[in-house]
Design a protein around this ligand. Structure first.
Ligand SMILES: [Zn+2]
Length: 328
């Protein structure tokens, strides 16, 4: 991900221990949310008791299972667009989704890049046997890894973690067909820029997906969540400033209800990522991202930097949010 954030990131990481900007922002929001949280939580509890029980979706999410998916992807090596390894990762994602009851379509396209024409493939999944009419919410991750000529980059956190988390979330949702029927899962190819993020480099998959959906198709979706870099063993989820306000609010409330609020704060500025093209076509999409990651776009983004516990935290909060706020 990036542009604005690439600049911001060196600032935050350079002061990893103090992290003044992020701390200031999160403290400010903590105060604001604490004052508003009790009535909202009571409302959420009331709403939950008034509807048929879904079971506790968030207790079914397994950080260990998500981590095993990440390990499997990493074992394939670097997975840049149009490589043999990314094709193997597509087969893996496809198989895992089918095992959980999802039907997978491949959205293939070519685009001009700084390295010439490249073929990309988004994977789009809907729950088996569900009609189009019920689908209203997007859950997304990118599964490509950034192309590097000089380092071996396996993207355990950047590309791997969110894909593993989304596969596990797909399994959990698959146990609840009434919820799964409302979801479209999208695994984006080509999130990473070859050079620098711009209107024509980076976000290849999400820009193409959004172009296909623009207009009537976009109206079908009430919202979406993008997951990116959610496995850092030192977890600090940093929602971009400018995130859809109600969604961010409800994520904080979900985290608070699970006593995981301390892992969630705001970043101190916007972040350009795969949620950007979706928001541009009118689908409010939240980027759940930890942009405080010292190994970002380095050879050190390896499996030892990722933990099952962090995946568990993000997965549980997302599942709580889906069950209590996003889905009916
Ligand atoms: Zn990246």
């Amino acid at each position: 991900m990036s542009t604005h954030a690439e600049v911001a990131f060196s600032f935050v990481v350079g002061r990893r221990s103090a992290c003044p900007a992020t701390v200031r922002v999160s403290e400010r929001f903590s105060v604001r949310f604490l004052s508003g949280i009790l009535p909202i939580f009571l409302t959420a509890c009331h709403a939950h008791s008034a509807r048929p029980s879904q079971g506790k979706l968030w207790e079914e999410f397994s950080g260990e299972k998500a981590f095993a998916h990440v390990q499997h992807l990493i074992d394939l090596g670097p997975r840049p667009p149009a490589s043999d390894a990314i094709e193997k990762s597509r087969d893996y994602i496809d198989n895992q989704l089918r095992l959980s009851g999802w039907q997978v379509a491949r959205q293939s396209f070519t685009d001009n890049t700084p390295r010439g024409k490249v073929g990309f493939v988004n994977l789009i999944a809907r729950f088996h046997g569900q009609g189009n009419a019920t689908v209203s919410f997007l859950l997304c991750s990118h599964y490509d890894t950034k192309t590097f000529d000089t380092i071996r980059f396996v993207g355990a956190n950047d590309g791997g973690s969110s894909t593993g988390l989304l596969l596990e979330l797909a399994r959990v949702l698959g146990q609840h067909p009434n919820l799964a029927a409302q979801i479209e899962l999208v695994f984006f190819d080509g999130e990473e820029a070859y050079e620098n993020f711009s209107g024509s480099d980076g976000l290849y998959g999400s820009r193409y997906f959004a172009r296909q959906l623009e207009g009537k198709g976009a109206k079908q979706f009430r919202g979406g969540i993008l997951f990116d870099m959610v496995g850092d063993r030192s977890l600090d989820i940093t929602l971009p400033l400018g995130s859809p306000a109600q969604m961010a609010h409800d994520i904080f409330t979900s985290a608070d209800a699970l006593k995981l609020r301390s892992y969630f704060s705001y970043f101190d500025r916007e972040i350009t990522d795969d949620h950007t093209p979706l928001n541009s076509i009118g689908i409010p999409t939240l980027d759940i991202i930890d942009f405080d990651f010292a190994w970002w776009h380095t050879a050190g983004d390896t499996i030892d930097k990722v933990s099952a516990e962090s995946l568990q935290i993000v997965g549980a909060v997302a599942a709580y949010y889906l069950a209590e706020f996003a889905l009916k």
